[in-house]
Design a protein around this ligand. Structure first.
Ligand SMILES: Nc1ncnc2c1ncn2[C@@H]1O[C@H](COP(=O)(O)OP(=O)(O)OP(=O)(O)O)[C@@H](O)[C@H]1O
Length: 774
């Protein structure tokens, strides 16, 4: 009998199960013990109060450390340990979602975190290069109970390789791939493949581009990479935060469980529409309008739009100054404007210069008038008289208002709203755009923000800048208010001071007032910011992230890239996407054009080549579509077949809604508790969605359908990055015709299926799908 750290192990299968169960039980006992310990420490800290500011900051750090530990231990309850490695020499290693140290000092850990270097062979060892590994074991569990074991013996001489050489952990992998989908992405930590592992564990620095066809695990890899980076570079990244950018809110919900299941939560998940604090840009607009907004040409448009707010009067304006009429001449304002513009400072910052120059010119004009020497000598006003005049002018509300009109303080939202709602403003600023392009941009003044507006708002924020004097004034006001509040508190303390001590008491009693003044009190009670880096980053436009991960990156416009690069000056980024799947007209079809302007040649490209989602039968259909997108592109190789042939059905146009419902019922029955996706052209989505939702209980459609429903109808654009057990593509020829990138859209549509694909059409099948007709 072999024993491992006190638990008996043996070789027969039944004994194996029971000894592994015993080991699992030991691990859970250890987890429970550590959890109790963290819980007790956390409670003790929560009961503490008072102390110095440093003491409180320290306490807050310890509190968040234990709270985080607790959250991590709770998150790994399911699937705590999923693997074991046996070596030709030495003790086995157990691999899990978290590392667990042995209770005794100096002993090997009970469980190794999957991200630790010591766990790596679990993902890389093969019979050809076993790296000392004799056997890889996958442990299947439900809750705390072991339900099965899959072994791979990595011993060529013994003739038992345990399966295919191109995948590791084949049995566990196939069981994960063929499992029904739930509407939420699952983590793949138990079955990461070698080419994926290389991406996940790549170093932190520099830009890494992961190009891969549909289903190659780009999203899964990106999320596991975030978990790996947080584990490996924890202190750096928890301070600066990690951003994961996804294409839309539905997609973010789809992936939302993956990082928590890996015990990582401090990551900001966002869409482009969330990247301007205070704006949730969710409105949908015409793709052609979004394409114009995403172009670099918009930079000039925005610059001009801002400059157009810096105006001068036709001749002059007159204001009342101290009871006298004061002429503000056009020339004065032109000169002041020229000086402010020449400074190259952002509009709101340069405003100070404009005002200073204008007031200087005005004071000279006043001096000319009231200080002129009747005998023709030097002006009679002294320097200090002039300074006094300037001060009076500066404080004169009428003068201020007049100057404000010619160089107003602006916000990005105001500038963009006015620009896009005012044909004249737009024509003046967007002279380089065609009339058609300008027409695409025009919209109502109160139109809701769209994701393509966000990079424009961000550019405007850069062009406008923040007037620091305003900021300083606000800060000063806030501090004054805090002190006033503190004075109030101290008055209450003073008022409630117990007075019933003996008059002759020798003892001096110190009250709060005696030891602390209001300003120190205000400082002491400044709220300690307990938000995570991710939370603070979400509220701060200028936040610089430690690492940025971008999914479906091919869809981003040049202006969106500028925004993201500003958030990541270190260029420590992971960019995943597929240039064959680009739908957005401003998206990219080549990574060079994205990165060249920012990092030259200093970026790395890795390709993922194996498709884990789409079975070979479906991929054969998709390959024809891809060849039509670009004959030079290669589809990824499917790792499995489903044994089901894709189907197509021609139906009369009037019967389309009913046929969809019939097909959905059929596919839903086949899928069991799996998911069915109906992918339709944009133009037909509202009507077909309504029909389906009325007829089929548990069906969802609309702007942000809940993927937990068994049946979901959506456009291809909405289905980006998602997957379903069965997919029904409706009217593929309309999907192709709807956009210049229609073929790519169809490629995306047919590659969403994990098992079954069907196509419903009212006209001829498009040529690219003729394989289906046979
Ligand atoms: N190593 C793996 N083990 C288990 N499942 C995997 C593995 N790699 C990928 N998958 C699964 O394959 C499916 C496709 O993965 P994912 O969505 O990450 O692909 P993708 O490359 O982002 O696809 P697309 O470009 O179409 O959005 C998911 O269900 C994912 O969980």
């Amino acid at each position: 009998m072999i024993t491992l750290r006190g638990v008996a192990l043996s070789s027969s299968a039944a004994d194996d199960l029971s000894s592994e169960q015993a080991y699992l039980t030991t691990l859970y006992e250890r987890l429970d013990h550590l959890r109790d310990q963290a819980d007790q420490r956390l409670r003790a800290i929560l009961l503490e109060a008072g102390g110095t500011p440093q003491g409180r900051t320290q306490r807050e750090a310890t509190r968040s450390h234990y709270a985080e530990q607790l959250a991590q231990m709770n998150a790994v309850e399911n699937g705590l340990c999923f693997g074991r490695l046996d070596f030709t020499a030495g003790e086995p290693r157990y691999i899990g979602r978290l590392g667990l140290a042995a209770p005794e000092h100096g002993r090997d850990p009970l469980l190794i975190d999957w991200r630790a270097p010591a766990a790596r062979s679990f993902y890389l060892a093969t019979a050809v290069s076993p790296d000392g590994v004799k056997r890889r074991r996958h442990l299947r569990t439900r809750g705390r109970t072991l339900t099965g074991i899959d072994d791979e013996v990595l011993d060529l001489e013994a003739g038992a390789t345990g399966g295919r050489e191109d995948v590791t952990g084949e049995a566990a992998l196939l069981s994960a791939l063929t499992a029904n989908r739930t509407g939420r992405m699952r983590d793949i930590v138990e079955t990461i493949q070698a080419e994926q592992d290389a991406v996940i564990r790549a170093g932190l620095n520099g830009a890494l581009v992961v190009q891969g066809g549909p289903g190659t695990g780009k999203t899964a890899v990106a999320l596991h990479r975030a978990a790996y980076l947080l584990y490996t570079y924890r202190s750096q990244l928890t301070k600066q935060g990690v951003l994961i950018l996804g294409p839309n809110p539905t997609f973010l919900r789809y992936i939302s469980q993956v990082l928590p299941s890996l015990a990582e939560t401090g990551v900001l998940l966002a869409t482009l529409g969330d990247m301007y604090p205070g704006v949730r840009a969710r409105a949908v607009e015409r793709p052609a309008a979004a394409a114009v907004k995403g172009r670099l040409a918009m930079l000039t448009v925005l610059e001009r739009a801002v400059a157009d707010w810096q105006t001068v009067p036709d001749d002059h304006v007159e204001v009342d100054h101290d009871g006298y009429p004061l002429r503000i001449e056009r020339a004065m304002l032109e000169d002041a404007r020229a000086v402010a513009r020449r400074s190259g400072r952002p509009h709101n910052v340069a405003r100070q210069l404009f005002v200073t120059e204008a007031i200087h010119a005005l004071s000279l004009a006043i001096a000319d008038k009231i200080g002129a020497d009747p005998l023709g000598g030097d002006n009679l006003l002294s320097e200090s008289d002039l300074a006094e005049t300037r001060r009076e002018l500066r404080e004169d509300v009428d003068v201020q208002q007049a100057l404000f009109e010619f160089w107003p303080v602006l916000t990005p939202r105001r500038v963009l709203r006015e620009l896009l709602a005012d044909p004249e403003r737009l024509a003046a600023a967007a002279g380089d755009l065609t009339g058609e392009e300008r027409a695409l941009l025009l919209r109502e003044h109160d139109a809701a923000w769209t994701p393509a507006d966000v990079p424009l708002l961000d550019e405007l924020a850069e062009l406008l800048g923040v007037d620091d004097t305003l900021k300083a004034r606000t800060a000063a006001r806030e501090r004054r208010e805090a002190i006033e509040y503190a004075e109030g508190v101290l008055e209450i303390v003073e008022g409630s001071r117990s007075l019933d001590f003996e008059d002759d008491s020798e003892e001096e009693i110190l009250s709060a007032i005696d030891v602390v003044d209001a300003s120190a009190f205000a400082e002491r009670h400044e709220v300690i910011d307990t938000r995570t880096a991710a939370e603070r980053a979400a509220a701060d436009r200028t936040w610089v992230f430690g690492h940025v991960i971008i999914d479906e990156a091919q869809e981003l416009s040049p202006l969106a890239w500028r925004l993201l690069m500003r958030r990541c000056p270190s260029r420590s980024m992971t960019v995943v996407g597929d240039v064959a799947q680009t739908s957005e007209l401003a998206g990219t079809t080549g990574w060079e054009q994205v990165f060249e302007p920012y990092v030259g040649q200093r970026w790395n490209l890795v390709e993922l080549t194996v498709n884990y989602r789409t079975p070979a039968e479906v991929m054969a259909v998709a390959a024809d579509v891809l060849a039509a997108v670009d004959p030079a592109l290669q589809p990824p190789r499917s790792v499995r077949s489903a044994g089901v042939a894709p189907w197509s059905l021609r139906v009369p146009p009037a019967a389309l809604p009913a046929e969809i419902i019939a097909a959905v019922r059929l596919e839903a029955a086949e899928a069991g508790d799996g998911r069915v996706g109906v992918l339709v052209p944009e133009a037909l989505e509202p009507e077909l969605g309504r029909h389906l939702v009325e007829a089929v209980p548990g069906a969802a459609a609309g702007e942000q359908p809940d993927l937990l429903n068994q049946v979901v109808l959506m456009t291809v654009r909405q289905a980006k990055g998602l997957e379903f057990d069965a997919v029904i593509v409706v009217e593929p020829d309309v999907i192709i015709a709807e956009s210049p990138r229609g073929l790519s859209d169809l490629y995306v549509a047919v590659t969403r299926a994990t098992r079954r694909l069907g196509v419903l059409h009212t006209g001829d099948l498009p040529k690219v799908l003729t394989a289906l007709a046979g």
